[in-house]
Design a protein around this ligand. Structure first.
Ligand SMILES: C[S@@+](CC[C@H](N)C(=O)[O-])C[C@H]1O[C@@H](n2cnc3c(N)ncnc32)[C@H](O)[C@@H]1O
Length: 267
């Protein structure tokens, strides 16, 4: 009986385009509801409640989360990125560019500000500028007052060309607000797409940015041994009992680094 109902449904599905469309729509709807639920604070709270952190258990090779803690709450890198951008929020204005989506710029919207989205993949519907930072001829010149480029340079092999690209995109006086990872695990998602190549320190960033941006460039490291372990284990900010520890900086454990670089005005 069960088999015949199943065969009957399969026959209808195979021979009725409307049934196929309904099944696909239902599938897409289910995927979208699941995705939105996973992004919700409630789902993150549930994950932390069901899988609480055992701080004494450091002899497992499985991290607590393999998603940088973003399935449990606010990721450690996101915490530092927001801190860096907040410190430079006055520079987020005018014609602003962000990579992939308006994840951070939307929190700093102000009067007269417009946001463009740069992406390497033409399939991204949010992208208004399809370009590769290392391919100078794919980039417009002197266009942006601000370029928010979070956690992207780790995934670009040819860094000197990418920094030339950044310089080309900015208007004279325009500001680059970038963040990169120092101590961190591989980002599997990015590694399988464009490649995860580099880990940075304040010194490597100075050497990379100084030649073009000279005195207008400053590097701000964030992190310490607590935030480094939290990030490697995939803990969220909400998992930590003493979140104020995240703000202590130990230069030997540079977890996230902020780059402020301003394209000089013509003299
Ligand atoms: C981890 S995502 C960062 C984006 C996001 N705004 C964030 O912080 O969550 C890494 C980004 O690097 C971008 N990327 C990789 N290679 C690139 C290249 N050669 N030029 C421009 N973008 C590149 C990818 O498109 C991807 O959006």
């Amino acid at each position: 009986m069960r088999t015949s109902v199943y065969s009957c449904l399969r026959f209808i599905y195979r021979h009725t385009p409307l049934a196929q469309r309904c099944v696909h729509l239902g599938h897409d709807l289910f995927k979208s509801i699941k995705w939105h639920f996973k992004q919700s604070s409630f789902s993150k709270f549930l994950t932390r409640w069901v899988h609480p952190v055992q701080f004494s258990n450091l002899d497992s090779i499985r991290p607590i989360s393999q998603l940088f803690g973003t399935d449990r709450g606010t990721g450690i890198q996101e915490y530092y990125i927001r801190k860096f951008l907040t410190q430079h929020q006055n520079s987020i204005q005018g014609r602003t560019l962000e990579v992939q989506e308006n994840l951070y710029s939307k929190d700093f919207q102000k009067y007269g500000m417009t946001v463009d989205i740069l992406h390497v993949e033409p399939s991204n519907p949010k992208a208004t500028l399809i370009a590769d930072l290392t391919q100078l001829n794919s980039l417009p010149e002197n266009q942006f007052d601000c370029f928010i480029c979070t956690n992207t340079l780790n995934f670009i092999f040819d860094l000197p060309s990418a920094i030339e690209g950044i310089y080309k995109l900015l208007k004279p006086g325009g500001v680059f607000l970038g963040t990169v990872a120092g101590v961190t695990q591989i980002s599997r998602y990015d590694h399988e797409r464009w490649g995860d190549y580099w880990r940075f320190t304040d010194k490597s960033l100075e050497k990379l940015f100084m030649p073009l941006f000279e005195k207008t460039c400053s590097i701000t490291p964030y992190g310490n041994v607590v935030s480094a372990i939290a990030l490697l284990q995939g803990l969220a900010v909400e998992d930590l009992e003493k979140t104020e520890l995240l703000d202590k900086v130990d230069l030997d454990y540079q977890v996230t680094l902020g780059i402020f670089a301003q394209k000089p005005l013509p003299s």
